[in-house]
Write a protein that binds this ligand. Structure first.
Ligand code: ADP
Ligand code: MG
Length: 328
């Protein structure tokens, strides 16, 4: 069953005006469509600045799109501040990168986990206490840690508390924005495994945002790769890893350190992407090793491929490569 739908969603930020009165526009999310079903995980990956966090904020209604529509359970997202929007806040939770920033240093673990239940007026104090104990256990913390303060915990434990709090109101959807990026590499896998367990236990749908394609693949049923505000490839992770169809996805995968591979690893070349100066045609063309003439002028549509995947590349689809390939 469909839980979240984003339909050609756009969000543009207008930055400072120049002396000529022009404002610079940043097309942070530039026509993103996606569907997330109940209990499923969609991974959103791409380099820093490609619009992942903006897409996450749009998905949970913290920001409104300039164009397009976000629907939750088939209903268009309510306007911020309205009653239906406030009710939705209990059903959709966001988890950010920095657990210390998300927690209040002056409050105990117990108080912080119960907080959403108090805010949303769900249950009695005795029920809050019971629920807090259940959640603490679910995220792998000891009962006595309920009385501790954030500074007494490790980074991994803090993120566990943040997760417990996010689950307090029994949400349908968890949007995790780089949830393990601030943690030690040794702890990252533990928290990712925990997320997988929690998802199964609580029947959560998850939008898992990360710059790390490999990490997303551990959890996601489907992965969407973003480049400068657009999805350029989407499909099941094992298919994407085995045979990335978009040159950008190939570059991202090649940039993942592989201890088994010898020699220098390929990295993305060219200018880092700047959403305020989006290249013409396919936005990836200045960095693309296989770009041809059409890539500079025409933006490729996101089209279905053979194995249930969608790809936005002039050269990825059968027939196109043979007729248009060749250096430009
Ligand atoms: P990511 O999460 O993939 O790193 P973001 O969604 O944070 O990307 O940002 C996408 C682009 O939009 C960036 O160029 C960023 O500077 C810009 N941006 C994001 N939020 C704002 C904002 N509130 N005001 C102005 N520009 C923003
Ligand atoms: Mg971000």
């Amino acid at each position: 069953m469909t839980l979240l739908e984003m339909d050609d969603v756009r969000r543009t930020y207008r930055l400072r005006r120049s002396i000529f009165g022009h404002s610079e526009e940043v097309h942070a999310v530039n026509g993103v469509s996606l569907v997330l079903h109940r209990g499923r995980t969609l991974g959103l990956v791409g380099e820093s600045g490609c619009g992942k966090s903006t897409a996450g904020r749009l998905a949970v209604g913290l920001e409104a799109p300039d164009a397009g529509q976000v629907r939750y359970d088939g209903v268009p997202m309510a306007r911020a501040g309205t009653r239906p929007w406030k009710d939705l806040r209990a059903r959709v939770q966001l988890v950010f990168q920095d657990p210390l920033g998300a927690l209040d240093r002056r409050l105990t673990v117990a108080t912080q986990i119960k907080e959403p239940l108090v805010i949303h007026g769900q249950g009695s104090p005795a029920e809050h206490e019971r629920r807090m104990r259940v959640l603490l256990d679910a995220v792998g913390m000891r009962p006595d840690q309920a009385a501790q303060y954030p500074h007494e915990l490790s980074g991994g434990q803090r993120q566990r508390v943040v997760l417990a709090r996010a689950l307090a109101t029994n949400p349908d959807l968890l949007v995790c924005d780089e949830p393990v990026s601030a943690l030690d590499v040794s702890i990252q896998a533990q928290v990712v495994n925990l997320l997988g367990d929690l998802q199964a236990e609580f029947g959560l749908a998850m939008l898992f945002i990360s710059h790390d394609l490999k990490l997303v693949g551990c959890l996601a049923d489907e992965v969407a790769v973003m480049y400068l505000g657009k999805i350029v490839e989407q499909g099941e992770p094992h298919k994407i890893y085995a045979q990335p169809a978009h040159p950008y996805t190939r570059a991202l995968l090649a940039a993942v350190p592989d201890p088994a591979r010898r020699g220098p690893r390929p990295v993305l070349t060219g200018e880092p992407p700047n959403p305020a100066a989006r290249p013409s045609g396919c936005a990836f063309h200045p960095r693309c090793p296989i770009a041809v003439a059409i890539c500079k002028t025409e933006s490729p549509a996101l089209l279905p491929g053979a194995d249930g995947r969608v790809v936005a590349c002039h050269l990825a689809h059968d027939g196109v490569r043979s007729s248009k390939a060749g250096p430009s």
